[in-house]
Design a protein around this ligand. Structure first.
Ligand SMILES: Cc1cc2nc3c(=O)[nH]c(=O)nc-3n(C[C@H](O)[C@H](O)[C@H](O)COP(=O)(O)O)c2cc1C
Ligand SMILES: CCCCCCC(=O)C(=O)O
Length: 378
């Protein structure tokens, strides 16, 4: 039985082909950023208030017009059928049951229209968003946007951190470059005559620039969030170019390695956008305490990537459902322990950077074995 988000990973690792485990767990190059994301949450402390809570905590959010019953979104992840036969259909049913916003990947193995139908069939009012890699062929991009709009998606998430595909060295070593026979990127099927939905149809485009965002603003009225803006100057540009929100993400450490943890960047990005647009953060969120830290510091919501893949592999729809319940329970418990009656009570004063860390001494001089003082050995 899984009692923590990490338990789903352990269970999934027992079931999955090790090549697929590497695809999910892996990051770019030395995976320094993969580790940094989770570690950043561990470094921050919570400083709770007492005697001011309430019996029931309000976890609802409204984000760019989309209502949700929890502030945890399912970040876009490709290829769900790789780990579970029903793929994204199972994921979206679980998201709908939890009232969580799912962001369907453009590289999903079920077409976005079918994912949306499955969500609607649950009678939940949970919203579906669509993640887009802008393609150099704008007609193709427009056709993809149309598919998302026709499906009833209520926001577009444009991934801008992938001018080239990240260097996943595990995938290279394993020779994992494509979906196995029988699986396809269904959103890409028949975009042009005879196109079959191959992964390699997706062009990562180093020539993309801000004019493409202006163009996209002109072809859709859906709210547009940019995913993968890390530099504060780009956050300011995003506002100027009409972005409705940012998904502050380093792609789970899968694109440029050694970029900072997203949590560390949050204060700078918030300062850059100055309250004009909401910031959703993903990367390393594994606990209810992580959600509380990000929201207390000013994020409007968080996203999870790998945990969904692990839970889907472990138990399909039921697995993802339990994962989301677990995170919801941990979040609710953390709010109670922080003296918060809802998300609105989360303020930056509840989060601390530890002040007690020992001040490092001078560098150890050659010939010395004194760890802190640097004096000569006598
Ligand atoms: C297996 C996998 C597939 C992913 N596929 C996509 C994708 O298709 N589009 C995208 O923008 N990001 C993709 N991402 C990145 C996630 O959206 C998200 O930014 C990241 O996983 C968050 O970090 P976490 O895994 O630590 O929660 C993928 C991540 C993983 C692990
Ligand atoms: C050309 C590859 C398309 C799938 C990209 C999935 C992704 O973003 C990931 O991180 O994996």
């Amino acid at each position: 039985m899984q009692h923590t988000v990490h338990d789903f990973e352990a269970a999934a690792r027992d079931k999955l082909d090790p090549v697929h485990v590497d695809f999910i767990a892996g990051g770019a190059r030395d995976e320094i950023t993969v580790r940094a994301n989770e570690a950043a949450f561990g470094r921050l402390q919570l400083l709770p208030r007492v005697l001011r809570g309430s019996a029931v905590r309000d976890l609802d959010i409204t984000l760019l017009g989309s209502r949700a019953r929890m502030p945890v979104l399912l970040s876009p992840t490709a290829f769900h059928k790789l780990v579970y036969p029903e793929g994204e259909l199972a994921t979206v049913r679980a998201a709908a049951a939890a009232g969580a916003i799912m962001i369907a990947s453009m590289a999903s193995t079920v077409a976005v229209g079918e994912i949306a139908d499955a969500a609607r069939a649950t009678d939940s009012d949970a919203q579906l968003w669509f993640q887009l890699y802008i393609q150099p062929d704008l007609e193709i991009t427009e056709a993809l946007v149309r598919r998302a709009v026709d499906a009833g998606c209520t926001a577009l998430v444009v991934t801008v951190d992938s001018p080239v595909l990240g260097a996943g060295e595990r995938n290279r070593r394993n020779g994992f470059h494509d979906l196995p026979p029988g699986l396809r990127c269904e959103n890409l099927v028949d975009l042009r005559d005879g196109e079959r939905g191959h992964v390699r149809q997706i062009a990562m485009s180093p020539e993309l620039n801000w004019e493409h965002i202006d163009w996209l603003r002109g072809v859709t009225e859906l709210p547009v969030l940019l995913k993968g803006v890390l530099h504060p100057e780009d956050a300011r540009l995003a506002v100027r170019h009409g972005a409705d929100g940012l998904l502050l993400s380093n792609h789970g450490g899968r694109q440029l390695d050694t970029v900072p943890a997203t949590l560390e960047l949050l204060p700078e990005i918030l300062a850059a956008v100055a309250g004009r647009i909401p910031i959703v953060l993903d990367g390393g969120v594994r606990r209810g305490t992580d959600v509380v830290k990000a929201l207390a510091l000013g994020a409007s919501a968080v996203g999870i990537g790998r945990p969904v893949m692990w839970a889907l592999a472990q138990g399909g729809e039921e697995g993802v459902r339990r994962l989301l319940e677990l995170l919801r329970d941990e979040l609710d418990d953390t709010l109670a322990l922080c003296g918060a009656s809802g998300l609105a009570d989360l303020t930056p004063d509840l989060v601390r950077v530890p002040a007690w860390a020992p001040v490092p001494g001078p560098a150890v001089a050659p010939g010395s074995d004194h760890r802190f003082g640097g004096g000569a050995v006598v």
